[in-house]
Design a protein around this ligand. Structure first.
Ligand code: HEC
Length: 138
């Protein structure tokens, strides 16, 4: 875990963003929003041009499902869950929130990180925290 922080391409990776949940059954939406704000939102600048739910679709480059509210992490987390982008079962293998931006499955918006590199690590950890909040599991 900590070793990833020293990897050359990780930049200023916050170690808190790599701490996996101890309890994979516990959902705390407030904490999940905090995790999004601190660990994922700084990496979503490129996503906004296509996924900004607050922008008129006509102004977006290639409109994708509107999961991102750039100013509201609570709303973003709700949308990510409601749109089914996190899978309850085997979340790190099957969640679209990982598979699309990593290009593991084809994504109009291209590839933004690799799942086996330090840039993908905070996304994987976020999905692990989000999975218990998928409604089908509660
Ligand atoms: C150039 C536009 C564009 C950019 C930039 C972009 N996307 Fe996308 N994305 C799309 C489009 C269009 C779709 C729907 C078609 C598809 O899946 O390719 C999509 C689909 C997705 C989906 C699946 C949604 C669903 O309901 O099927 C996820 C998750 C996603 N994108 C995440 C991201 C993330 C995270 C980023 C930034 C790191 C990003 N995208 C950047 C255009 C974009």
């Amino acid at each position: 875990m900590i070793a990833a922080c020293d990897a050359p391409t990780s930049g200023s990776l916050d170690p808190w963003c790599l701490v996996a949940p101890e309890d994979d059954q516990r959902c705390d939406l407030g904490e999940l929003a905090d995790r999004f704000a601190r660990c994922i939102r700084p990496r979503t600048g490129a996503c906004a041009s296509c996924h900004d739910a607050t922008a008129p679709p006509a102004l977006l480059k290639a409109p994708g499902p509107p999961w991102l509210d750039p100013d509201d992490s609570d709303a973003t987390v709700r949308r990510v869950l409601e749109l089914g982008l996190i899978s309850a079962r085997q979340p790190t293998l099957t969640s679209l929130f990982l598979l699309k931006p990593s290009g593991t499955v084809s994504h109009t918006g291209g590839v933004h990180f690799t799942l086996d590199g330090p840039d993908g690590a905070p996304w994987i950890t976020f999905v692990e925290w989000a999975a218990p909040c998928v409604s089908s599991r509660r």
